[in-house]
Every structure is written in structure tokens, then in C-alpha cells.
Design a protein around this ligand. Structure first.
Ligand code: G4P
Length: 525
């Protein structure tokens, strides 16, 4: 059993792809799944058209699709590796779940459009990875199209994200001149041809005459110079730094033409970590520990319109999961039988019989789970709580019908506990008001819809102009001084932590400068 578990853990790779909408995440995911044999044809991952619908269509879309793209956990095996890709919803589906998913990943693939460089959503997601110290692997996509200079892209990764990089391969020509990538570590030219399939040519080095023959003098000279420059001035390959999340290996390629994708997959799987130990209130929990444990990182409501059920997504952190097993639900102290676990592959649901550390299982949830809950087979420990992430949308809510006060309270409490929305209250002056915060606009819609359909409560929403929030760490004397006219709002969350909401980033930066004795954080503890 111990050996079996060790083998299973060491072959697991659980990662998320972080990117800005349109960088090519769907396309890349699809190609990865094709290599893994998990799908047979392109276009089967999720309806591209579907995700481009307006947010208001979301509920209907959910129903049509049965399972949302937001909940996809895709798994496949490739050359002995068991791969789990956690989908991080973007577009209008961007929500706190997108961040939380990163808590369940052991590494991340950062996908960048070569023409656009490092974009806002990528920055946000990268920051969460950096805070967790998980390794980030960069794939620079769309090399078949005109884009920024590769050196400028590396410079951007460093200046915008503060991350050193090491190119594992290097493009030969860009845009219309793009004719391949030179693999620095395998001394190989991967030849790109718009008309034919890609070819792999083993070479002696960047100066090999074979490269000259293939790409011509001009590009061969350029490649030779650029590789020499990288060798002298670039960051050297350093496995330890990659594993510690201090250096990102960079791969160039083109997902849509399937160019450079398989080489990336091979190198990535070799370099990416298997599941690592996880912090708990009783110390580190080792992935090879035989007793099963895991935590809930996301709850998805209304996945099956016929049953109006919820699914709690659990990341396994140790041991082996077996269907029907009995576990302890640590927060409530109850024992549960996990009889109906489901795993997800694109649109289909299938029942999981067994799973190991690093895998994700979806548990049928009649309302008993909250984001951050720990389940364990033996003992009683709690994994580190999931932080709350910076909301960007705020609204004041009031219950329309005073007769339904109890339902209002219950719905609000349950949906907040579940992690669907963040709730704050004003406390400085006047009657207490309830403010809700969300990372993505869609969370408000889902919240409103669920309050109506599940609790029969109609809400009045008053949108607030704030766009940024920072948690103020430590004790604050006289918090009233943090309330500056209409530009800020001081509120408290359910853990009594103080937050300041701001209407502009400029003002927020100014405010932070003015209050340097205080610590402002983007995430709650
Ligand atoms: P996303 O999930 O990150 O939002 O991106 P998605 O894969 O949907 O890709 C966004 C657009 O970029 C798509 O074009 C896709 O075909 C294109 N794309 C992805 N990878 C590459 C690449 O390597 N090179 C080039 N040139 N284009 C790429 P679209 O026109 O929006 O959609 P579609 O009509 O092709 O489906």
C-alpha cells in the first residue's frame, strides 16, 4: 500500500493554467488533452461560443450545459504521468473561485499572448501563485503571429511580475518570418512550416550548419547571436529556483497550430512538482501519509438543474480515497460516508471509485460544506484556511420584504459561509449596513439568483463606486480617520478584520503612502 501510494503520488501533476482571456487557454488545454488521449477531436473541451455569451445568459447556459466550464477539472495520463488540469475561469466567469482554485494546484502554467505580453488578469493570478510560492511555467503563445520581441517579453515578465526567467527554447524569426524554435536543452531545432507538419532536427548547437540550411543565413545569424546573449546575460537554468518559484522556465510555441506543445508538455511534466506537503494546525501533512485527507476549495451550486444540487470540490492532500469511505468532517465533528463522489471530464460526470493525493473529487453536497473545510480519515486536523481575495465589485444590499427577514439572514449566512460572496458591515456611523463584495461581476448575479430561488428572498442592490479593497493588518487606533469623504469606506468582515474600500487605484496608492505605519494586504489572513 505504501509503495503503491508513493508511486501514485510521484506521478501526479496537478496544475492550473493562468492567463488573460483570449491568450489561448482553451486551445492549449485542448491540445494537452489530445496528447493525453482524453479527447479525440478538437472542439470538445467546451463550447467556445458558450463562454463568449453575455453574463446575463449565464444561468441558462449553466442549465444547458449541465456542468459549467467554471467547474472543469480535466484529467488524463501521459507517459506515465497522471495529469490534473484545474480550470481557472476567465471572462465573465472570473470570480473568487478562480483564485481559490490556485490553492488546490501544485504548479501553474502562465500563458501569455506574444503580441499582448503580461495582461491584467495574468498579473492578478500570478500574484496569488507567487504568494503561495508555487512554481510557474511560462508558455508564450501565438508565435505564428506577429508579436513583441522575445527579449522584451522576458523583460516584461521581470519588470511587471518581478520574476526572473530562463528560456528553455527560443524562436527563430517572429510573425511571418517565424520558422521554428531552437530547444536549448535538447539541442534541437523544431521546424515550423505553415504548409506541412512540424519536424524535429537534432543539431550540435545553435551554430550547426543544418540550421543555416533550414532557415537561411539571416535568421541563423540572428539565432546564434541571441543564444550567445542569453548564455552570457540571461539567467542560468536552476532546478532549485524553478521548484521554489523563483525562476520561471519559458517556452515559446503556438497552441493553435500545435507547435511546441508536446515538447512543452514533456519538459513541464518532468520539471513540475508532484503534490507537496500541506500546512495544517497540526504541522505538515505529507502527501504519502497513508490516511486520506483533503480540503474543499470550491463549491459549485446548481450543477445539475434536475436536482438543484451542489458539488464541493475537494483536493486530496494525503492518502487514498475510496468510494464509500468514512471520513471526519473536522469543522462539525461529524462522520460522513463519501458515497457519491464524482470526477469531471469536460461535460460528463463519472463516479470515482478511487483517487490519490493530488486528485480532485467532486462531492455531492446537500449543504454541509464550506470552502476551506477539511475532511480526514484518521485524527482531526484542519488545513490552513483559504484566504479571502481582493474583491473588485461592491454593493449595498437590503432585504425587500421585511416578512422574510429570517430567510434573508439564513440565505446570506449560508452563501457567505459557502464562499459564494464576501460580506462586510459598516460600523463607523449611522445604522449598520450590509455590503457585499465580489471578485467577479457574475458572483453578484449568482448570489441574487440563489437568494431568490433557494431562499425566496428579493434583494435591493445598490452598486457602490469602489473598485479596490485592502485588509488593514493589526490593531488600528481610531479607524474613523481612515474614512476619507466619499473616496473610501471602512468596513469589517465576519472575522472582525478591518478593510478599506477605495474608488481608484491612484487614490489607494496615495492613501497607503499617507498611512505608512499601517500594513495593507491584498488578501485576508
Ligand atoms: P482563451 O481560452 O484563453 O480565452 O482563448 P482561446 O483558446 O479561446 O483562444 C482565443 C483566440 O486565439 C481563438 O481565436 C484561438 O483560435 C486563437 N489562438 C489560440 N492559440 C493561438 C495560436 O497559437 N496562434 C494564433 N494565431 N491564434 C491562436 P478566435 O478567432 O477568437 O476563436 P476561434 O474562432 O478560432 O475559435
Amino acid at each position: 500500500m505504501k509503495d503503491e501510494l508513493q508511486t501514485e503520488v510521484s506521478r501526479r501533476r496537478t496544475f492550473a493554467i493562468i492567463s488573460h482571456p483570449d491568450a489561448g487557454k482553451t486551445t492549449l488545454t485542448e491540445k494537452l488533452l489530445l496528447f493525453g488521449g482524453a479527447i479525440r477531436e478538437a472542439g470538445s473541451v467546451k463550447g467556445r461560443k458558450a463562454k463568449k455569451h453575455a453574463a446575463s445568459d449565464w444561468m441558462d447556459l449553466e442549465k444547458q450545459r449541465g456542468i459549467s466550464v467554471t467547474s472543469s477539472v480535466l484529467e488524463f495520463t501521459y507517459r506515465g504521468y497522471h495529469v490534473n488540469i484545474l480550470d481557472t475561469p476567465g471572462h465573465q466567469d472570473f470570480s473568487e473561485d478562480t483564485y481559490r482554485t490556485l490553492a488546490a494546484a501544485d504548479s501553474a502554467v502562465m500563458l501569455i499572448d506574444c503580441a499582448k505580453g503580461v495582461e491584467p488578469q495574468t498579473i492578478k493570478l500570478f500574484e496569488v501563485c507567487a504568494k503561495r510560492g508555487i512554481p510557474v511555467f511560462t508558455f508564450i503563445n501565438k508565435m505564428d503571429r506577429h508579436g513583441k520581441d522575445p527579449f522584451d517579453l522576458l523583460e516584461e515578465i521581470e519588470s511587471v511580475l518581478g520574476m526572473r526567467s530562463h528560456p528553455m527554447n527560443w524562436p527563430v524569426g517572429i510573425g511571418s518570418e517565424f520558422c521554428g524554435i531552437y530547444n536549448r536543452h535538447r539541442s534541437r531545432l523544431e521546424r515550423f512550416d505553415r504548409q506541412k507538419d512540424a519536424r524535429q532536427l537534432d543539431v550540435e548547437g545553435p551554430d550547426d550548419p543544418l540550421i543555416r540550411e533550414e532557415v537561411g543565413d539571416l535568421l541563423a545569424d540572428q539565432l546564434s547571436e541571441e543564444i550567445a546573449l542569453l548564455d552570457i546575460a540571461g539567467d542560468p537554468y536552476d532546478f532549485e529556483k524553478i521548484r521554489n518559484g523563483e525562476l520561471t522556465p519559458v517556452f515559446f510555441g503556438s497552441a493553435v497550430t500545435n507547435f511546441g506543445v508536446e515538447a512543452f508538455l514533456e519538459d513541464f511534466l518532468g520539471l513540475a512538482p508532484s503534490p507537496s506537503p500541506r500546512e495544517s494546525d497540526q504541522g505538515l501533512i505529507q502527501p504519502e501519509q497513508p490516511d486520506f485527507s483533503g480540503f474543499v476549495f470550491k463549491i459549485q451550486a446548481n450543477m445539475n438543474p434536475a436536482h438543484r444540487d451542489r458539488v464541493a470540490f475537494l483536493r486530496i492532500c494525503s492518502g487514498k480515497f475510496e468510494r464509500g469511505m468514512n471520513v471526519r468532517h473536522v469543522r462539525t465533528g461529524k462522520n460522513l460516508k463519501l458515497a457519491q463522489p464524482q470526477q469531471f471530464m469536460a461535460r460528463d460526470r463519472s463516479i470515482v471509485e478511487e483517487a490519490y493525493t493530488g486528485d480532485i473529487v467532486g462531492l455531492f453536497d446537500p449543504g454541509q460544506f464550506r470552502v476551506g473545510d477539511t475532511l480526514c480519515e484518521k485524527g482531526s486536523f484542519q488545513f490552513e484556511p483559504l484566504p479571502k481575495f481582493p474583491p473588485e465589485h461592491f454593493a449595498k444590499i437590503t432585504n425587500k420584504n421585511a416578512m422574510r427577514y429570517k430567510q434573508y439572514q439564513k440565505g446570506l449566512e449560508q452563501l457567505v459561509e459557502e464562499g459564494a460572496i464576501q460580506k462586510y458591515r459598516t460600523f463607523l456611523s449611522g445604522p449598520e449596513e450590509i455590503i457585499i463584495g465580489a471578485v467577479g461581476e457574475l458572483q453578484f448575479e449568482v448570489f441574487d439568483h440563489r437568494m431568490k430561488s433557494e431562499y425566496g428572498v428579493d434583494l435591493i442592490f445598490e452598486r457602490l463606486p469602489f473598485r479596490f479593497a485592502r485588509w488593514v493588518k493589526g490593531a488600528v487606533e481610531n479607524p474613523a480617520r481612515l474614512q476619507q469623504g466619499r473616496r473610501t469606506l471602512c468596513v469589517k468582515d465576519d472575522e472582525e478584520q478591518l478593510l478599506v474600500l477605495f474608488d481608484s487605484e491612484f487614490f489607494m496608492e496615495h492613501f497607503i503612502q499617507q498611512n505608512r505605519e499601517l500594513t495593507f494586504a491584498k488578501q485576508s489572513d
